[in-house]
Ligand binder design. Structure first.
Ligand code: PSV
Ligand code: MN
Length: 393
């Protein structure tokens, strides 16, 4: 296959989900720099996501956070069909919120109080029902549960409570739905988190039931952790459900995908393409962005992220798997490594521009966004009202 064919083939199937919370005003705990164009309503979030999809063509779904986006629970679900028809993007993963209500001060599924565990469980059941009502496959679970001081939490008992509540959640799934279990080593809990790493997420997903998978948030790892190895193992175990993409230099801080270490993202994509090549099976992975930009323009940052993801995915599709297998077998180290480096250093941007034009998309989505006048319009329309912070993402 020619370079162009490989790039076209890769991009024709690569889709990436946008987070509703990435269009809203957010910030850090030290302060929030409000943007006049930030979205405050679900209509505005769908509108902004629809804009990114219209210009890139690869973001047909929006991840929704139940508390922030669907405050009336199932009652809000009716709005989704209207918004999808209007803005051309559908509801994607449904994210229960198990961290913001006062009751969750000492945890949700891991809370020592059975009434709070029950409340959390009910919220997940409601979220599964919402997912069913809006036609979403994935219910994506992240827990802020953990503790700040040694000795204050019974780690093993909490593990058991997690397994039980995840099983109960899994029982509510329709046959075509999935539970995704996300892990995070610290924050907001600073001593222990109940699902700290991929091993814990894997064991709990296995305990939950056959439709549960692990979600890898690229920002949720210790420095220098080998994320592509985790990806390779989860693929081999049939347990990789999806990604939350972002980058980080020190800790989870929602930096733009590939802004710090693009080679790592390439290596992650390479493991996925290598798995597909070796097994002949395309893994079923939900690619999602999980970034809230405090300083960058939110829509611009999303377009930038999507373009970077496409570039790195296309580069990974250039790896010569047959030659790599031979070099690995012969332990021809420099040649094997060079095959990855050759693919990574290939400039795929001209091929991607051509692909976009062939698919009737703007060759340069960022420039098309700047030329569209959309940002000026929403800045005018939204800027006049009192700005608010709608989430803690
Ligand atoms: C938590 O840090 C996280 O990565 C989870 O995926 C949340 O759903 C998201 O960020 C937004 O707070
Ligand atoms: Mn995440």
């Amino acid at each position: 296959m020619s370079l162009n064919d490989r790039v076209y083939h890769a991009l024709d199937t690569f889709r990436i989900e946008l987070p509703s919370w990435g269009f809203a005003n957010t910030g850090t705990r030290f302060g929030k720099f409000l943007q006049p164009a930030a979205a405050s309503t679900l209509d505005e979030k769908f509108s902004d996501a629809g804009q990114v999809h219209a210009l890139t063509g690869v973001c047909p779904t929006v991840a929704l956070h139940v508390l922030w986006d669907l405050p009336d629970g199932l009652g809000s679900a009716a709005d989704i069909a209207r918004l999808s028809a209007r803005f051309g993007v559908r509801a994607g993963s449904i994210n229960p919120n198990l961290f913001q209500d006062q009751e969750y001060k000492h945890g949700s599924f891991g809370n020592p109080d059975p009434a709070v565990r029950e409340q959390a469980r009910q919220h997940v059941l409601d979220s599964v029902a919402i997912a069913g009502a809006v036609g979403s496959r994935d219910v994506s679970l992240w827990f802020a549960d953990g503790s700040n001081y040694p000795g204050t939490a019974n780690i093993r008992r909490r593990r058991q409570w997690f397994a039980e509540s995840l099983q109960a959640s899994h029982r509510a799934l329709a046959s075509d739905q999935r539970l995704l279990v996300e892990y995070k080593p610290f924050e907001p809990a600073f001593y222990h988190t109940d699902i700290a790493d991929w091993g814990m997420a894997l064991l709990l997903a296995r305990a939950a039931g056959p439709q549960a998978r692990v979600l890898v948030d690229t920002g949720h790892h210790y420095l220098s952790q080998n994320i592509e190895q985790i990806v390779a193992w989860l693929l081999a175990e049939g347990m990789l459900g999806g990604f939350h993409f972002n980058d980080r230099r020190y800790a989870d801080d929602d930096l733009t995908l590939g802004s710090i270490d693009p080679y790592q993202v390439f290596r992650i994509f390479h493991e996925i393409r290598a798995y597909a090549h070796d097994t002949g099976a395309e893994p079923d992975i939900a690619y999602m962005v999980d970034q809230s930009h405090n300083l960058k323009g939110k829509i611009e940052a999303m377009i930038q992220t999507v373009c970077v993801a496409q570039e790195l995915y296309a580069k990974a599709a250039l790896v010569d798997h047959a030659a790599l297998a031979v070099a690995q077998q012969r332990a021809d180290l420099v040649r094997a490594e060079g095959i990855l480096q050759d693919a990574f250093s290939t400039d795929v941007r001209p091929a991607i521009r051509e692909w976009r034009q062939a698919r009737k998309l703007p060759a340069d989505p960022q420039q098309a966004f700047r030329d569209s006048g959309y940002l000026e319009r929403i800045t005018r329309e939204r800027g006049s009202r009192a700005a608010g912070v709608s989430s803690y993402a």
